[in-house]
Design a protein around this ligand. Sequence first.
Ligand SMILES: *[C@@H]1O[C@H](CO)[C@@H](O)[C@H](O)[C@H]1NC(C)=O
Ligand SMILES: *[C@@H]1O[C@H](CO)[C@@H](O)[C@H](O)[C@H]1NC(C)=O
Ligand SMILES: *[C@@H]1O[C@H](CO)[C@@H](O)[C@H](O)[C@H]1NC(C)=O
Ligand SMILES: *[C@@H]1O[C@H](CO)[C@@H](O)[C@H](O)[C@H]1NC(C)=O
Ligand SMILES: *[C@@H]1O[C@H](CO)[C@@H](O)[C@H](O)[C@H]1NC(C)=O
Ligand SMILES: *[C@@H]1O[C@H](CO)[C@@H](O)[C@H](O)[C@H]1NC(C)=O
Ligand SMILES: *[C@@H]1O[C@H](CO)[C@@H](O)[C@H](O)[C@H]1NC(C)=O
Length: 423
Amino acid sequence: MKKGQHHQDPPLKQPHSTLPNTTRPITVLALPVTLILITTSCLYYLPLLTLPTSFFTPSSPPPQRSDDTNVVRSTKKKCDIFTGEWVPNPQRPPPYTNNSCWAIHEHQNCMKFGRPDSDYLRWRWKPDGCELPAFNPGQFLALVQGKSLAFIGDSIGRNQMQSLMCLLSRVTYPELISETVLKDQIIASWHYPAFNFTLANFWSPYLLLGSEADPNSTSPTSLYHLHLNHPDPSWTAHAARFDYLIFSAGHWFFRPLMSYHPNNTTATPISVNDAYRIAFRTAFSALNEGRFKGMAFLRTYSPAHFEGGAWNDGGDCVRRRPFRENETRLEGYELEMYMIQLEEFRAAERVGRRRGVRFRLLDVTGPMLLRPDGHPGRYGHPKNVTKYNDCVHWCLPGPVDVWNGFLLHMLKMDNGRGGRTRV
Ligand SMILES: *[C@@H]1O[C@H](CO)[C@@H](O)[C@H](O)[C@H]1NC(C)=O
Ligand SMILES: *[C@@H]1O[C@H](CO)[C@@H](O)[C@H](O)[C@H]1NC(C)=O
Ligand SMILES: *[C@@H]1O[C@H](CO)[C@@H](O)[C@H](O)[C@H]1NC(C)=O
Ligand SMILES: *[C@@H]1O[C@H](CO)[C@@H](O)[C@H](O)[C@H]1NC(C)=O
Ligand SMILES: *[C@@H]1O[C@H](CO)[C@@H](O)[C@H](O)[C@H]1NC(C)=O
Ligand SMILES: *[C@@H]1O[C@H](CO)[C@@H](O)[C@H](O)[C@H]1NC(C)=O
Ligand SMILES: *[C@@H]1O[C@H](CO)[C@@H](O)[C@H](O)[C@H]1NC(C)=O
């Protein structure tokens, strides 16, 4: 596969209503998903949702260090930072703007493209029973001094990386060190000289080795071949060099997928869910069996918020405020994908304990489900350009910045526990 063919942003996720004729068996599988999409686009007002996160025990222990005044309130009881509500925060200005930070990817630069409202910047995440402090760039840089962090996955991983670079830009900017930067920073790395901190992004939207069925056609609806038991060498070749890896994948799996089995030249259709499960299983096994001995985060599924149609059928995200916890729920294919992630994460974490790989869950699904107002929508491109509305990625600045607040919190917890901070 030529990596360069993936320059474009991922398909604006969501299952496809039109599939190539060559993929009949997949059409059968994809149809129910499409129907789920249509039904989920009407939002249900249902009793309080108990996200599956509540039965997953977060791997972060309560803070141990009393010298850190900024840390979440220390209690005997664990506080799940991923369960809570968005609360109004009219005073606090956004941590950066499109003018103060140059790292914002064009298509997430909602300010530049004239998004008229700014209320989506005036909410803060309030976990139930504790506080998540505002991101402190100095604290983050102190914790990662002499270390390296890589994002592995799709453009929503890049979205988080650019949020991190912008949050850190209040202190310093990195230098580009990678030789292989491509148009959309497919494989790129940066270095923060003052802190000897290395940051990298590996484009690997399926985490597995794969190739276009037709190399001349890369589109959200064209057929893609996945090698199920072969993790993508574009990241496995580098993983062991890093202290922290943040994995993400999701929206590319809605393409019609075929799988290659070992020693079989015949590709066979595979469902979204099967491919998704095998991708994480294969990626995490590769970590557990390899030389990586650092900390691996799974950044969980990032919900999209198309309403009034699918991504390619007029769907848009025009809400201008977050949902309350009782106003929406994770369901349908998004719930399934999230559950698959949790299952594969737990299995990998068990093995990782014996192998010296620490797995952590960066469980953003619940908080982000509540932010239909945080996507670029029609403000992810110039007015005079015709493009689908982007209800998948997140505006920068915007609610996605909280992912790095979670990350900082988790690093602090690990540090406070006296865990190995350097491997
Ligand atoms: C930032 O956004 C404003 C509109 O809010 C726009 O006028 C300005 O050109 C943008 N700057 C950059 C560097 O994108
Ligand atoms: C910078 O960090 C790397 C590990 O990320 C380490 O190998 C190297 O020795 C460090 N350099 C300095 C000058 O401390
Ligand atoms: C792709 O395009 C090239 C040149 O345009 C052509 O030679 C090749 O046959 C095409 N491949 C397929 C699979 O259509
Ligand atoms: C698959 O093929 C490889 C190399 O061709 C071979 O080493 C391996 O034993 C084969 N595996 C099976 C299950 O046949
Ligand atoms: C290869 O895959 C096809 C389609 O699934 C299957 O019918 C066939 O038995 C497989 N062959 C081998 C050697 O595994
Ligand atoms: C959701 O909860 C809030 C506050 O607890 C309440 O005011 C509101 O009426 C509830 N909404 C629904 C749809 O139940
Ligand atoms: C859109 O407008 C900008 C500035 O007004 C211009 O530079 C650009 O070429 C236009 N793009 C298209 C596709 O018309």
